[in-house]
Design a protein around this ligand. Structure first.
Ligand code: 9UX
Length: 72
């Protein structure tokens, strides 16, 4: 089944950054839901682990120009 991962997303400075990161995450294959907060620099992503990994999600955040890391 789907898992939920929490990620820190550094480098977001305005609401458009949030929309951009959410759009990137939601367009990834295997991602079902993504919610990003500017106030906390956190993103919550519901994903299918048979399609995409946590590392893939971190890499997508990085490729978009932000600093992504996994929250344990
Ligand atoms: Mo706002 Mo974010 O002008 O990459 S869109 S800083």
């Amino acid at each position: 089944g789907a898992l939920v991962g929490q990620f820190t997303i550094g480098g977001m400075t305005c609401a458009a950054c949030v929309n951009s990161v959410e759009g990137i995450l939601r367009n990834l294959p295997g991602v079902k839901r993504a919610v990003v907060s500017l106030a906390t620099s956190l993103g919550e992503v519901e994903y299918d682990p048979t399609v995409i990994s946590k590392d893939d999600i971190v890499n997508a955040i990085e490729d978009a120009g932000f600093e992504g890391s996994l929250v344990q």
